[in-house]
Design a protein. Structure first.
Length: 318
């Protein structure tokens, strides 16, 4: 009987790999590396190998003690064959992750979407442990979500739950997906950053210019400027809150889940955005529906992806 699983969170800026003890689901060892400059199939696969090799080295745990390796990645996933079909953040197409890792480490390997992994984590050991229906929404560089019905993620014909690409403004801003007016183009951290930069280019002054280079705006910098009541940043955040709350109100009216969970870097880092968005959503949704829906923050924070990924077999067998 193996004692450990490995969960990996693979994103456009970092890769986080953790050894998780199966008995209590605790992270025992972790390795984090930047991926900002490592793009494309060959470099990403090399970065995964480098991270895993270091994880085995520092933990001194043998490969035959590992039950599975499970990777949570942004993008479209062929879960059955373990292929990353397409990820614009990583600039990868048709990357055979399962085959490559199983050949190198001789450990059973899974790959799943990062939002799906985070949702599994919240279902199994996080904020959604006691509910049957939920919608989990994660706001960061983009906006991802997952629908939970009867404690299982609902995928539709394969790609259900894309709240970030629901249209909230007809003939609106261009989205990275190619459409116009998507929620992600108005309420993601990227959207906030873009609005801040555009305002500064037009001559407005902002405190955020004192905190960072405009090409490296982080959630921390946005928070600092908000605390300083900076008008440029406050306006950009208020627009995001308005559109995000509209998207959530639509979810309440259409699905009326028991629970809505909000997570991701923007939510975890700035309480004001969480609180204001929920307040606005409650006022926009149908009163009879919103009274039946509870709101919570994601519990697992930075480890939601790795923990959810590591629990994939337990979730599948539940």
């Amino acid at each position: 009987m193996t004692k450990y699983n490995i969960g990996i969170d693979l994103g456009g800026t970092k890769i986080l790999a953790c050894i998780v003890q199966k008995s209590d689901r605790k992270v025992l060892f972790e390795v984090k590396k930047k991926t900002k400059k490592d793009k494309g199939n060959e470099k990403i696969l090399s970065k995964i190998f480098e991270t895993l090799d270091e994880l085995f080295k520092i933990s001194k745990i043998e490969k035959d003690e590992i039950g599975l390796i499970s990777i949570a990645s942004a993008g479209q996933i062929d879960k059955e064959n373990g292929i990353l079909i397409d990820s614009s953040n990583l600039e990868c197409q048709n990357l055979e992750i399962k085959k490559s890792l199983e050949e190198r480490y001789n450990v059973k390997t899974y790959i799943l979407n990062d939002v799906e992994a985070s949702t599994i984590g919240e279902l199994m050991i996080g904020s959604a442990q006691k509910c049957n229906s939920a919608v989990c929404i994660f706001i960061g560089t983009g906006i991802g979500s997952a629908i939970v019905i009867n404690r299982k993620i609902y995928n539709g014909q394969g790609f259900a739950g894309e709240i970030g690409h629901t249209i909230v403004q007809q003939y609106g801003k261009a989205c990275a997906c190619g459409a116009e007016g998507c929620l992600e183009a108005y309420a993601s951290r990227s959207a906030i950053e873009k609005n801040i930069k555009n305002a500064i280019k037009k001559g407005r002054k902002s405190l955020i210019q004192d905190f960072c280079d405009l090409n490296n705006i982080s959630t921390k910098h946005i928070k600092m400027a908000l605390d300083g009541l900076d008008s440029v940043v406050c306006q950009a955040v208020e627009e995001a809150e308005e559109f995000l709350s509209t998207g959530i109100a639509n979810v309440i009216n259409f699905l009326n889940p028991e629970l809505i969970i909000l997570g991701g870097g923007l939510i975890q880092g700035i309480d004001e955005i969480y609180n204001k968005t929920i307040y606005l959503a409650k006022n926009k949704a149908l009163k009879t529906s919103v009274q039946l829906t509870e709101f919570k923050k994601a519990k697992l924070e930075d480890y939601s992806g790795v923990l959810g990924a590591s629990l994939i077999e337990e979730y599948n067998n539940a």
